[in-house]
Ligand binder design. Sequence first.
Ligand SMILES: *[C@@H]1O[C@H](CO)[C@@H](O)[C@H](O)[C@H]1NC(C)=O
Length: 467
Amino acid sequence: MRSRSFLFTISIGAILIIFVSIRTERTRQETMHGFQYAAPDETFDEGELRERDRELLAKLAKGGSTERDKRTQTIERLYTLDSEDAWSRHIEDLDDEGLPALTKFTQRYIYEHQHPKSCKDKKFIVMEAFPNDESFGLGAVVFSISMNLNLALRFNRILIFNPKNGPGRHFIDPSSHELCGNSMECFFEKLSSCTMDDLTPENHFSLPAREVIDQDIMNTPAGAIPQIFGIALKRMYPMMTPDALKYWWRGQSISYIMRFNARTMAELLRKRRDKALHKSLSFDGHDIVDGSSVPFPMPAGSVSMHVRHGDKGIEMSLKPFQEYIDAAEGFISQNPMGYRKIAFVSTENPEVLEQARDHLQKEHELYKVVNGKARTTSDWAWTWYWSEIPRANVGPEQQLETFGNRTDMTINWFLQLMMAIECDMMIGTRGSGWSRMLDNLRCGWLGKCQQPFFDVGDPQDWIFYGI
Ligand SMILES: *[C@@H]1O[C@H](CO)[C@@H](O)[C@H](O)[C@H]1NC(C)=O
C-alpha cells in the first residue's frame, strides 16, 4: 500500500515537472522573441515632464557642453605637445594604472641616457639607412630603431641618427630635405642631445655595420631588452615570459623614439581639425547618412579597427573586414555600457569602406526588428569614421610613389595612428607592425593598456613577428 502511494506521488510530481518545464520553455521562447519582456521602444516627450525636471535637463545640456573629462583633456594635450619637456610632463602626468609596468621610470632612464651632461668621453652608435630601406614600412623602421636602442643601452652607447642618411629616409620628400634632413628626425624629436659633431673615429660605429664590431653586440638577439629593465620586471613578475618582455620593450622604446616634434604635431592637429579630410557613415533611423565630421576626440568606448591588407599577404594571412566587425560586436554585446558601435577605420584597402557601408545596410534592415542579435548590444547600428586620404591596396613604398609628396603622405599615416589611439577598444592583427605600434602607443602615450585589444590574426603572430 505504502509503496503504491509513493509511486503515485512520484508520477504526479513527474507530470507537474513536465508541465512546468513546458511552460517555462514557452515563456523562455517568448521572452527570447521579445514578446513579453523586451524593452519598449518608447517615444519620450519633454512636454510631459514636471517643471523641475525640465530645468534639470536644461542645466545638464549647458554643463555637458563645456565640461571636459580627464580622458578628453589627456588626448587634447597629446596633440599640443611641442617639446621634449612637454612630452616628459605629459607622460609623468598619466595615471600609472593604465601604463605598462615601469613606464615612467623607463622613459626617464632612456631620456637621461640619451641626454648626458656632456657628450665628451661618450661612445656612440650611429644609425644609417638600412640596406633595402625602401621596403620597410613605418612599423618596421621604428621597431628596428627599437632594436638598436636596446644595443645602445646595453652597451652604454648613445644612439643617434645620421641626419643626412638615416633609416626611413624614403618617408621624407626631397622637397623637405632642407627643412628637416633625411632621417626620421624629420618627424620625431631628436633621439639625443649629442650630434654627429661629437663623433671621432674611435668613439663610434655605424649600423648597419660596415666594419668589424664587438662579438657581444653582434650576438645580441633581435628580441633582447636592456638588462636593467629585465631585472626590474622579473622582480615584479618572476614568471614573465620572454615574449612579453620583448613586447614591453618594443612599447617603451617606440614611445620614446616616436615622440612627434613640434612641427609634425602642429601639422597633425591641423589635419585632425580639417573637416574636409574626414568622413562618416551612420544610420539615423531613416537613412544611411554620409557625413563629414569626426568628433574630437573619438568618444569614450569607441573602437579602432586597423585593417592591414595591401601587400601584407606575403607575410601573413589577411583577415576579412567581417572578422573585425564580428570580434567587436561579440565584445560589445557582452559590455554594452563600456563600449559602443562607433569605429575609426584605418586601412589601405578602399574596399573595406564599401563593406562598412554594406554592413550598415544590413543593420538598417534589422532596425526595430525583434531580433536577439540586433538588440543585445549598445546601438542599433555602427557609426563609421575614417579619413579621406589617398588609398591604394598596395605596399607602403608603392603608396609613397603613387601619391606624390612623401612627407605629407607619412603625416597622413601618423594622423591615422593618432586617431586610432584616441579610441578605446582596438582590433587588429599583431602580424602587422602597425597594429603592434598602435597598441604600444595607446599604452605608453595615453595609459590605455587596460583597454581591450582583439587580435583577429593567427595566435603565433603575437610572438613570431620579425622585428
Ligand atoms: C610636402 O609636404 C611637406 C609637409 O606637409 C611640405 O612641407 C612640403 O612643402 C611639401 N612639398 C611640396 C613640393 O609641396
